[in-house]
Design a protein around this ligand. Sequence first.
Ligand SMILES: *[C@@H]1O[C@H](CO)[C@@H](O)[C@H](O)[C@H]1NC(C)=O
Ligand SMILES: *[C@@H]1O[C@H](CO)[C@@H](O)[C@H](O)[C@H]1NC(C)=O
Ligand SMILES: *[C@@H]1O[C@H](CO)[C@@H](O)[C@H](O)[C@H]1NC(C)=O
Ligand SMILES: *[C@@H]1O[C@H](CO)[C@@H](O)[C@H](O)[C@H]1NC(C)=O
Length: 206
Amino acid sequence: MRSALSFTVNMLRLGVLFLCAVSAILLGTPPSQAHIPPHNETARVARFVAHHCDWGALATISSHEPVKGQPFANVFSVSDGPRGHGSGVPYFYLTAIEISVQDLQLNANASLTMSLAQTPYCREKHYDPQSPLCAHIILSGIIEKVEGNENDTAKIALFRRHPEMAQWPPDHNWFFAKLNITNIWVLDYFGGIKTVTPDEYYKAKP
Ligand SMILES: *[C@@H]1O[C@H](CO)[C@@H](O)[C@H](O)[C@H]1NC(C)=O
Ligand SMILES: *[C@@H]1O[C@H](CO)[C@@H](O)[C@H](O)[C@H]1NC(C)=O
Ligand SMILES: *[C@@H]1O[C@H](CO)[C@@H](O)[C@H](O)[C@H]1NC(C)=O
Ligand SMILES: *[C@@H]1O[C@H](CO)[C@@H](O)[C@H](O)[C@H]1NC(C)=O
């Protein structure tokens, strides 16, 4: 009985290990193993950072006292697509009861910053988050509700990376949104911040 039980437990452990290995393969290469593009290929670096980050800080113009009219930064889960299939478009899953989303309803201009500090890349290389070598990007633009078929794209992008989203309370009336990017800044090396146009960014092969 006991050995049957321990056999079952060991089989379960093996099963879990196998599932972990399979999901690691399915979820794609972690950023520590994927190679960041050379720093002179700024648009590709921007796409790399946007793709490998699972969250970012989104700054809005606050609509709430006592900071009404002032910048307000808040963390949001993002995804530009399943791992290895990034589109460059940062998608969000939002609800109107959220404080920053209320700001966006009055003024949809926003700025999203994402940093490889959240990935093993900077930690393994011992790059401080404020070091330009710990590549980070700032995207500004307009947060827009996603419409029609793009709903499906946004859902696949977000739910694959953030499976918990599927369980978020339905009474919060979640909707899919994206940042329509107008300006891009990249810090990935010494010598000052660089800019990339949205056109260069979307055309770049990450
Ligand atoms: C970046 O530099 C490498 C050589 O260091 C060069 O081959 C490549 O063309 C450069 N890319 C751009 C976009 O300038
Ligand atoms: C973005 O900000 C500008 C003013 O800076 C404003 O005119 C415009 O309406 C805003 N756009 C949206 C979609 O809220
Ligand atoms: C999908 O898009 C439509 C508008 O085309 C919108 O009415 C609907 O609520 C969206 N679905 C989700 C889950 O966001
Ligand atoms: C951003 O907005 C412009 C103008 O509304 C639109 O033509 C463009 O397709 C949008 N880009 C993205 C990536 O949604």
